[in-house]
Write a protein that binds this ligand. Structure first.
Ligand SMILES: Nc1nc2c(ncn2[C@@H]2O[C@H](COP(=O)(O)OP(=O)(O)O)[C@@H](O)[C@H]2O)c(=O)[nH]1
Ligand SMILES: [Mg+2]
Length: 308
């Protein structure tokens, strides 16, 4: 079991290597030098935290807290300061939530939303793969009917992940695909329905109408669905991702986040900003383009990986 945890930690560490190199490296250099915690030191610390997209509010709070504690003799330079930073970032991330809010009975329906290119389709495939690995029977729905390529893309992934798929015609009614997927899951005994949706619609109102319609139509089949609405955010978008989260929370009532592309960015701190500003917790992180590159979010491992 410990070996499994060790492997898991290695994977996250790998995925967060950019954040670790840029932020962890800078912090370790800064802190390792055991410099006096003075104005110049605090400025450098501030720049480093902002570069990781920890967010202005949290960064200011850390600095104020640090100064106060330093003066009170509660925090010293070096290791002590590192411990203080870790604890401060860790406190910002909620206690681990379960991966998905699985239904007690009948299929669990998960709507996957987000802007174009965020990683929705890939996430649906990775998540299906993961659920299969833990003994569930997922079904994916290609409800991004705007582009034929999107349906084709999910079909290829479903084949690779060896999971069932329900798809409609390009240009067809996305809500109808979602409805059919839920019906198919009920008929075939699949326990989880992962619905891929379109990200680029004409405008916010159009997107809202589409997603609301999808929710309504699914509920005709299963009144308590969707059990989760996962918003996929691209970590490389940095503070833009926070803006997207605000919009989607407003238009569809997001229940959790997936942060993708953490392998390609030093902006791992966006997880902290979104939690702070919107109260949304991260359920999974994407750390690569392969089927295995999705990890349940573990706040402890996340903070450790940044500094490791
Ligand atoms: N490096 C990396 N690339 C990712 C990750 N998740 C998705 N991608 C890539 O991002 C691109 C867009 O993904 P896609 O799932 O099609 O986005 P969608 O438009 O939201 O459905 C693809 O090239 C994916 O391979 C990730 O965690 N890491
Ligand atoms: Mg897609």
């Amino acid at each position: 079991m410990f070996r499994a945890i060790g492997r898991f930690f290695e994977r996250i560490k790998e995925g967060l290597s950019k954040t670790r190199q840029v932020i962890g490296g800078a912090l370790r250099r800064l802190i390792g030098a055991r410099r006096t915690i003075d104005a110049a030191f605090l400025r450098e610390l501030e720049d480093t935290l902002l570069a990781a997209d920890i967010g202005v509010a949290k960064t200011e709070e850390i600095l104020a807290d640090l100064q106060r504690r330093y003066r009170a003799g509660e925090v010293a330079e070096g290791e002590d300061l590192l411990r203080f930073l870790k604890a401060s970032l860790r406190a910002e991330l909620a206690a681990e939530e379960q991966e998905l809010r699985f239904a007690a009975q009948g299929p669990t329906v998960v709507l996957v939303v987000g802007v174009n290119g965020a990683g929705k389709t890939t996430t649906v495939a990775k998540l299906a793969h993961r659920l299969r690995a833990i003994g569930r029977r997922p079904l994916v729905a290609a409800a991004d009917t705007y582009r034929a390529a999107a349906i084709e893309q999910l079909s290829v992934w479903a084949q690779r992940a060896r999971v069932e798929i329900v798809k409609g015609e390009p240009g067809g009614d996305a809500a109808a695909v979602a409805y059919d997927a839920v019906a198919a899951a009920q008929a075939r005994g699949c326990d989880t329905v992962l619905i891929d949706t379109a990200g680029r619609l004409h405008n916010k109102e159009h997107l809202m109408r589409e997603l609301e319609k999808m929710r309504r139509v699914i509920q005709k089949r299963l009144p308590e669905a969707p059990h989760d609405v996962l918003l996929v955010l691209d970590a490389t978008a940095g503070q833009n991702a926070v803006q997207q989260a605000k919009v989607f929370k407003e238009i569809i009532g997001v229940t959790g986040l997936v942060i993708t592309k953490l392998d390609g960015t030093a902006k791992g701190g966006v997880a902290i900003t979104v939690k702070r500003e919107l109260g949304l917790t991260v359920r999974y992180i994407g750390v690569g383009e392969g089927l295995d590159d999705l990890q349940p979010f573990d706040p402890d491992a996340f903070v450790e990986a940044i500094f490791a």
